[in-house]
Ligand binder design. Structure first.
Ligand SMILES: C[S@@+](CC[C@H](N)C(=O)[O-])C[C@H]1O[C@@H](n2cnc3c(N)ncnc32)[C@H](O)[C@@H]1O
Length: 222
């Protein structure tokens, strides 16, 4: 097991990760660091530990996701995946879930394809296209849509809607600013299902995971 992730408190998340999970997460971090140096892949800078904290930030959502995604093999879209957060860590820990990573920039999707091969992740699919275009090809096929650092909440919800199955959910990873962003969301169109505070070991900032469901309007007139 890796001293690095353990030292950062990954076990405090209570996820019961296997030794293989930890090794795969470390391998993902190594590859991200390597590609970052060459291709300037993400805006994550500085210490090795800062990249590790971004990863922990991404897997801290898992206890909440597990609570809501109880079907045998939920299909999840990650919009604006960048270097693979949060989709790759989720795919590593939940091999029975299907993750579709949608990212417009080719050098980033090249990295994601590389990680898919290197980690033998059979449960991810990488789409190099704009989210708006991907939604046209895959309407109403997803149990969930998630994103991290993608866009503001109202736009994220607009972009997520076409992907969702009738009972699908949107998971928005947010910091403190979420209250301001919520003001721009129409509560006639969306229902806040949960607002979960997340505890990120060794990260002294507030994180929240908002869970929202679209309010389906009946097409039948009374
Ligand atoms: C700030 S990065 C965040 C990346 C990753 N989710 C993370 O947390 O590290 C936002 C990513 O969204 C991508 N993006 C922005 N608008 C997009 C769109 N309309 N369709 C697809 N990707 C988009 C950008 O190329 C960028 O990689």
């Amino acid at each position: 097991m890796s001293e690095g992730l353990l030292a950062l408190g990954i076990e405090d998340l209570g996820l019961k990760l296997s030794a293989t999970n930890i090794a795969d997460l470390e391998l993902f971090l190594q590859e991200m660091g390597r590609w970052n140096r060459v291709h300037n892949l993400t805006a994550i800078e500085g210490e090795k530990d800062s990249i590790r904290l971004h990863l922990i930030d991404s897997i801290a959502v898992l206890p909440v996701l597990r609570q809501f995604l109880t079907g045998p093999s939920p299909k999840i879209a990650d919009l604006g995946s960048g270097g693979g957060l949060p989709a790759i860590p989720i795919a590593i820990v939940q091999p029975e879930w299907q993750l579709i990573l949608i990212e417009a920039i080719r050098k980033k999707t090249a990295f994601l394809q590389h990680v898919r091969g290197k980690l033998k992740l059979k449960n991810i699919e990488v789409l190099c296209e704009r989210v708006e275009d991907a939604a046209v090809h895959q309407p109403a096929q997803f149990d969930a849509v998630i994103s991290r650092a993608f866009t503001n909440l109202a736009r994220f919800l607009d972009l997520s809607l076409p992907f969702l199955k009738p009972d699908g959910l949107v998971f928005a990873m947010k910091a403190k600013r979420a209250d301001d962003e919520m003001k721009d969301v129409s509560m006639k169109e969306w229902r806040l299902v949960a607002d979960e505070p997340l505890h990120i070991p060794n990260l002294a900032v507030e994180r929240r995971l908002l869970v929202l469901a679209p309010v389906r309007k009946s097409t039948l007139t009374p």
